[in-house]
Each structure stands twice: as structure tokens, then as C-alpha cells.
Design a protein around this ligand. Structure first.
Ligand code: LLP
Length: 436
């Protein structure tokens, strides 16, 4: 269990806010994603507070971590900007009523349609990631008579201490322009174009990072680069340091409070302020883009235990009514999670079990070899820290419905994403007339 104070055990029950987990499971069914509004707000406020210690800057929520209208509204109400990576995410934040000027549009291969949509919505910044994109954007913005402010994704080529699939600043990354490669020429090119205004630099070194030194290395490299630009007469007004702050999943990870997350941003801010002063650069407007740390620990997934298979002395499987369709992170990254039998919460976790999903793949695992209370069929299992990259990466594999999402706010709980029906699953199916 993580360190959220809205998550606690009383008697033999796990509570989420003022609700027994088993009551939420009964009322809304399982599998169920449960998100805690208070925790999301606390982290947003902590980040915004940390940024104000730096001065001019913004905290943008990386919407890809958890994309719903309700959470976008919460983030916007707490002063956050948005990082979007597709036309779909852009549409979501606009529908949530977010200010388009506070939207950063990322992506290494934005489609023409997405570029048109970003221009039409008059978003704040395109984060340009390729020559193709900058040429297309320049052409479109010039034709529309609307020059666009752009950030350029620069790859600082630092090694972040995390797992490979989420490292984004390796020299051969598909993202951005290498700091010692094309970046300088690309920015000079942008500065000379009619349809584009060079506003600054974006970088993102990876995800689930605990070690601040990776960020400090990136600041050092990028401010050296800003100096090279300044020497060419190009001023960098904005520096976007991306996101990536690690959260607690299991006891192998540090337990962070919202205050502790804020400390990461304070540290990055201090490091940037010192570096620009030392290198005689204009102090940039600083942006950070946390995703996982805002929503990750706010989420709990509730399941009903079904089949139990015991191979004595070898392995015990506890199968649940979810799996890789609602949490593909073990299948993709062998991610680790901690869990609890919500209706046996104070019993000792003295069995080692593998929580298996219900999809037709042996790799369909939710959590491997974890300590757990003795579970019986019909029990409610809670898996913690599932708020980030679970719902947002869910699919309908095996035609399983994506579970609904319920938001808990103290003594209130309601859907922010409704359950999918069988009709929803087939909504876009067609049988062409020539088949009949
Ligand atoms: N900014 C950019 C440009 C990003 O690409 C990302 C995440 C973020 C910000 C937010 O990073 P965060 O604070 O959430 O770590 N699906 C993987 C994580 C992929 C992260 C993609 N980019 C997972 O489940 O671990």
C-alpha cells in the first residue's frame, strides 16, 4: 500500500476515502478503477507551489498518464497546463474547458490532421520533433496567417536510471534532435521561418525516475546548449524539462508524499536557476510535465478473485476478473505492483502468489510472486498505484470491456468513466452489404 492518507486499513477492511473497498466493489462491480480526487489535488498543489518557488513557470499534466475529462478539469482548476500527444487528447482537454493557450502538443509523428486541429484550436505550443513536422507546420501556419510558437524537442542524451522501454534520451532515441547533432541547425532554421516563432526547448529523459542527478545532468547539458544558441543571437524563453518522477509501487521503491514530489520540482528549479545565472543566460519560463506522479498513487484497482490454482511448493495463481486488457504493464514492462485482499486487510500477507488475469495468454499477469493474504474465491483484491498508465493503456483485448472509473471525493463516489456494454464493444462493427 502506498502512503496516501485516503487509503487505510480499519478492522479487517481496506478503506478508500470514506468507503470500504468491498462496498465500492459491490456498488460499481469489478474490475473497477478507483481514483482519489483529494490525492490528485494535493499533488497538483504541491507541484504548483514548488514552481512558484522558482518564479515564472508552469506545471503541465501529462494527460497520457490518465486521460479523462474529469481529471483534466481537476488539473485545470488547480492551475495546471496540459501536455497532449494526439488529436484525441487535444479534443479531451478542450472539451474539459482547458485554456488552449496552456496546451503543449507533443509527439514524434503528428499527423496533418492533428497539426490542423492544433492550429484551429490556437494552442499555446507545438513541440516540434522532426524536420517533416516543422516544414508542415510552417507551411500551414503561414497559410493560415497564424505564426506558431514552438518548442523544439532536444535530446540531451543523458542516461536516466529507469527501465529501457521508457528511457527517451538515449542517443538513438526516436524522439527529438540530438543536442550534439541536428538541434542547433534545426533551431536556426526555425528562427528564420515566417510561420514559426522559436520559443524554447523541450526535453524528457524518461519515466519512473527517482534519481535527481539525471535531471541535473540534463540541465547542465541543456543550459550549455542554450549558451551556444545565445552566442548565435537566439534567445530561449522557455525551458520544458518534461516529467518522469518515480512513484511507489512496491517496497523496493521509496514512499513519497506529495510534498516529496514537490521537492523534485524545487530541486530542478534551483538547478536551472543556478545554471542560467552561472552561464549568464536569460532565466527561462520553466515548465515541468509530470503524469505518473499526479495520478499514479491516486488509483486503486479492485477485482473479484475467481479461480485459484495451487502447485504446492512451486506456484500459486490467484486469478482475477481483470488482466492485461485493463493493466498491460506487466506484459509490457514486467512492472511490479503490491496488492491486498481488501476484505482480509489485517490478516498476515504470508502467501506468495501470482495474480493472473483472465486473458488467453500466459503472460497475462497483473502482479508476479507477491506477498498476499490467503485469498478465497469471491474475495475482493485491491492492487495499488494503478492510477497511471493503466486505464490510459487499456484495450478491449479478448473483447473484455474496459472497466469503469469511479472518482472518490471524501464521502462521495461516482463514475467518471461509465462501464462499457457489449453494444459498445461492437459499436463500430459493420458487415458490408456485399457480404449478404
Ligand atoms: N512528457 C513527455 C514528453 C512524455 O513523453 C511523458 C511520458 C511525460 C511527460 C510524463 O512522464 P511521467 O511523469 O508520467 O513519467 N507507459 C509507460 C510510461 C510511458 C511514459 C511516456 N511518456 C509506463 O506505463 O510505465
Amino acid at each position: 500500500m502506498n502512503s496516501r492518507d485516503t487509503l487505510f486499513v480499519s478492522g479487517n477492511d481496506l478503506y478508500i476515502g470514506s468507503f470500504k473497498a468491498v462496498d465500492l466493489a459491490k456498488r460499481f462491480g469489478t474490475p473497477l478503477y478507483v481514483m482519489d480526487k483529494k490525492y490528485i489535488e494535493e499533488v497538483c498543489d504541491a507541484f504548483v507551489g514548488a514552481m512558484s518557488a522558482y518564479g515564472d513557470g508552469a506545471v503541465a499534466f501529462a494527460n497520457k498518464a490518465f486521460a479523462t475529462v474529469a481529471t483534466a478539469k481537476i488539473a485545470a482548476a488547480h492551475g495546471l497546463w496540459f501536455d497532449v500527444v494526439s488529436g484525441g487528447e487535444l479534443n479531451l482537454v478542450l472539451r474539459a474547458g482547458c485554456d488552449p493557450k496552456k496546451v503543449l502538443f507533443h509527439g514524434n509523428n503528428k499527423t496533418e490532421r492533428e497539426i490542423d486541429e492544433g492550429i484551429a484550436a490556437d494552442i499555446g505550443y507545438f513541440v516540434v520533433d522532426s524536420i517533416n513536422e516543422l516544414e508542415l507546420l510552417d507551411r500551414k501556419a503561414t497559410a493560415a496567417g497564424k505564426p506558431r510558437d514552438v518548442l523544439v524537442r532536444v535530446n540531451p542524451c543523458v542516461s536516466a536510471h529507469t527501465y529501457e522501454a521508457v528511457v527517451t534520451a538515449a542517443p538513438q532515441s526516436k524522439f527529438g534532435f540530438a543536442v550534439d547533432g541536428d538541434a542547433l541547425a534545426v533551431i536556426k532554421d526555425i528562427a528564420s521561418r515566417k510561420g514559426l516563432n522559436y520559443s524554447g526547448i523541450h526535453l524528457h529523459i524518461g519515466s519512473q525516475i527517482y534519481d535527481h542527478s539525471s535531471y541535473f545532468d540534463a540541465v547542465d547539458i541543456i543550459t550549455d546548449f542554450m549558451k551556444r544558441l545565445a552566442d548565435e543571437g537566439i534567445v530561449t524563453d522557455i525551458l520544458d524539462m518534461g516529467g518522469g518522477y518515480g512513484i511507489y509501487y512496491t517496497d523496493k521503491d521509496p514512499k513519497f508524499t506529495p510534498r516529496r514530489y514537490a521537492y523534485t520540482v524545487e530541486n530542478i528549479g534551483k538547478c536551472v536557476a543556478e545554471a542560467v545565472e552561472k552561464k549568464a543566460l536569460k532565466k527561462p519560463f520553466l515548465i515541468v510535465e509530470p503524469g505518473r506522479s499526479i495520478v499514479g498513487e491516486a488509483g486503486v484497482t479492485l477485482y473479484t478473485v475467481g479461480a485459484i490454482k495451487d502447485f504446492p511448493g512451486i506456484k500459486k495463481y490467484v486469478a482475477v476478473d481483470g488482466g492485461m486488457f485493463e493493466n498491460p504493464r506487466y506484459a509490457l514492462y514486467e512492472s511490479e505492483y503490491s496488492a491486498m485482499v481488501a476484505n482480509r486487510a489485517s490478516e498476515p500477507a504470508d502467501e506468495i502468489v501470482t495474480v493472473a488475469g483472465k486473458c488467453c495468454e500466459s503472460g497475462d499477469i497483473v502482479a508476479k510472486d507477491i506477498p498476499l493474504q490467503h485469498a478465497e474465491t469471491g474475495d475482493i483484491l485491491a492492487v495499488f498505484s494503478t492510477g497511471a498508465y493503466n486505464y490510459s493503456m487499456a484495450s478491449n483485448y479478448n473483447l473484455n470491456a474496459v472497466p469503469p472509473v469511479v472518482l472518490v471525493d471524501g464521502d462521495k463516489a461516482d463514475y467518471i468513466v461509465r462501464p462499457q456494454t457489449y453494444d459498445d464493444l461492437l459499436r463500430n462493427n459493420e458487415v458490408p452489404s456485399w457480404m449478404n
